[in-house]
Write a protein that binds this ligand. Structure first.
Ligand code: PLP
Length: 361
């Protein structure tokens, strides 16, 4: 006899984590920060260790107050979760149930399809356009009476492309006001585009926009699990109800506060990651790889059938990337050494780049 379980879960794959790397190899498969934690962040975590026999504060007053000040919003709009992936799940549970639709571009963040199905809702995936960008017209055309939530991943994981400010404003204006639009800004700190869409500003201007942020990527706290939403008050109230109690540890809260207080130091690191992203992009483009210009901490190669081959060459060169078979690879921007390895493994080292640039000039 088999147990009674939810039949709908048969369609849900378990989340596939970026591949681990052998000791000494470059792990560029999960968009993590290549930097070890800041000393001030480690101190804050050490200060909290003596209290791990206590439950954390669910209200998380200190980090909430810091974030409210940073974004100039009322603290009541802020809600936390064990990483923004948990907050994304909260958002889906808050607005969608069986039969409701949740829309997002595809390919986008790996977690969206499972989170939607686990909530019992129906995923609506709208293909990216030929430039690997959100096809906002097609998304608008796919809105139905059942649409409850639309994710806009900006910059998009895994392609690194952005939705420009003006286009996003037009999209928001055209979507029915009773549909929640969630702008997932996990990579916003790496976005150097001239007309960056500012999710928090769009939240302030529109009653149906929420923003998702995380401490995992730019702030280097992936292992501690803390992320947050800024959402309309009625949504924020429901997020507090659907959140699993005590999901955000006290250590994570302390590390987040210390990170916000070290924003200047972190900005230097973020700039380094952006510089390495640009170097990786330029090297791969000059060597003839079909790379997509990225505003995140990774570069996407639209490798198609060559994906497995490129993945194998990277692995032979001590680099673990994220491959999507038959589609392409996402390579996180790491340290200078990491990017050296990528370029060497793919025959796009600086000598090759210089030669290619010379040939163009
Ligand atoms: C990494 C990522 C997240 C969430 O990361 P957490 O570690 O759960 O905070 C959310 N959205 C996108 C698009 C991501 O790539």
């Amino acid at each position: 006899m088999t147990l009674h379980q939810r039949p709908s879960l048969q369609a849900v794959p378990a989340y596939k984590q970026g591949k681990p790397a052998a000791a000494g190899a470059s792990k560029l498969s999960s968009n993590e920060s290549p930097h070890e934690p800041l000393p001030s962040v480690l101190d804050a975590i050490r200060d909290g260790i003596q209290s791990i026999h206590r439950y954390p504060s669910i209200a998380a007053p200190q980090v909430t107050a810091e974030l409210a000040a940073l974004h100039n919003v009322d603290p009541a709009h802020l809600t936390l979760g064990a990483g923004s992936v948990e907050v994304a799940a909260q958002l889906i549970h808050a607005v969608a149930a069986e039969g409701d639709e949740v829309m997002y571009a595809w390919r986008s963040f790996e977690a969206y399809p499972s989170l939607v199905r686990i909530a019992g809702a129906t995923p609506v995936e709208v293909p990216l356009d030929a430039d690997a960008k959100h096809d906002l017209d097609a998304m608008l055309a796919a809105v139905t009476e059942k649409t409850r939530l639309i994710f806009i991943c900006n910059p998009n994981n895994p392609t690194g492309t952005v939705v420009e400010a003006e286009a996003l404003e037009r999209f928001i204006a055209a979507v029915p006001r009773d549909v929640l639009i969630v702008i997932d800004e996990a990579y916003v700190h790496f976005d150097r585009s001239a007309v960056r869409a500012d999710g928090v500003e769009l939240f302030k201007k529109n009653p149906n926009v929420a923003v998702l942020h995380t401490f995992s990527k730019a702030y280097g706290l992936a292992g501690l699990r803390i992320g947050y939403a800024i959402s309309p008050l009625e949504v924020a109230e429901n997020l507090r109800k659907v959140a699993i109690p005590f999901g955000v540890s006290d250590l994570a809260q302390r590390a987040a506060v210390a990170s916000l207080q070290a924003a200047d130091e972190l900005a230097v690191r973020i700039n380094e990651v952006v510089a390495q992203r640009e170097r990786m992009y330029a090297g791969l483009a000059a060597a003839g790889y079909p790379v997509v210009a990225s505003e995140a901490n990774f570069v996407w190669i639209t490798a198609g059938d060559a994906t497995a081959d490129i993945e194998a060459r990277l692995e032979a060169g001590g680099v673990v990337a994220r491959a999507f078979p038959g589609e392409g690879l996402r390579i996180s921007s790491g340290s200078e050494l990491d990017v050296d390895r990528v370029l060497a493994a793919l025959g796009a080292d600086s000598a090759a780049v210089a030669a290619a640039e010379g040939a163009i000039a």
